[in-house]
Design a protein around this ligand. Structure first.
Ligand code: OAD
Ligand code: ZN
Length: 223
């Protein structure tokens, strides 16, 4: 499975490309970049604090829970999520790659150590307890590559899967936007669940329109 912000929309987490995803009129592409952090780390941390505050009040919904249950039922299952909110883990998913990182982790810009950090709000500007350098969110930003181990793991899973289901992603941010084609070319059956058609809809086998929380649980109980 490949998930995006749409699956957490049903938990009340705003998507990126909807009007409610904007913060002080900035788009994600303006803030989630190394250049933005270099220019104004305070502004970027304030945005992440807004998102931390919001996500901290949210719970996994029936779609997250159904995916965790499918993992328990299937001997060979892998979840790739672009979401950084941690709701898949909260629902019980364990076999997953969080390819864009996790909002509850921080990374030192000096010694590069990665730590869990659940502070809401986090102190601005946070510094590393080891070396004193500035901490940044452990998130893959625009212009940065995915972590090598995630790329490797995803490409193996996509190449050998029988079925890929793509849920709640607009399909415009690469490399994840290319994953449906990778699986399709490797012979998988590819399906999509989204409120709207996406750029991938025409390339894949079945495109279901509806809310993730209504449609994903149906996979547990096929008619
Ligand atoms: P987007 O905000 O781009 O897209 C959300 C998608 O979910 C849209 O296609 C909606 O139609 C769909 N959607 C909304 N509500 C839904 C619901 N209840 N059920 C099913 N589908 C629904 O989010 P992503 O595709 O995840 O990166 O965005 C990709 C990346 O861009 C994010 O991971 C983030 C962002 O910049 C980083 O933060 C690094
Ligand atoms: Zn450090």
């Amino acid at each position: 499975m490949l998930t995006g912000a749409g699956i957490s929309a049903d938990s009340g987490v705003p998507t990126f490309r909807g009007a409610e995803g904007l913060w002080k009129n900035f788009r994600a592409e303006d803030l989630a970049t190394p250049a933005a952090f270099e220019r104004d780390p305070r502004l970027v941390w304030e945005w992440y604090n807004w998102r931390r505050e919001l996500i901290a009040t949210k719970q996994p919904n029936d779609a997250h829970k159904a995916i965790a249950e499918l993992e328990r039922r299937s001997p060979d299952f892998w979840l790739i999520t672009q979401n950084v909110d941690g709701l898949h883990r909260d629902a019980g998913s364990q076999k997953l790659s969080e390819i864009h990182g996790n909002i509850w982790k921080v990374r030192c810009t000096g010694c590069r150590a990665v730590e869990n950090n659940r502070d809401v709000p986090i102190s601005i500007l946070p510094s590393c307890p080891r070396c004193g350098s500035l901490l940044r969110p452990h998130i893959v930003w625009f212009g940065e590559s995915l972590f090598a181990e995630d790329l490797d793991c995803c490409s193996k899973a996509l190449k050998r899967c029988d079925i890929l289901l793509v849920i709640g992603t607009s399909g415009v941010v690469y490399p994840a936007a290319g994953f449906a084609s990778v699986a399709k070319e490797a012979g998988a059956f590819v399906g999509e669940i989204n409120l709207d058609p996406t750029p991938q809809s025409a390339l894949i086998d079945v495109s279901l329109q509806g809310r993730a929380k209504d449609l994903v649980p149906l996979l547990l109980d096929p008619i």
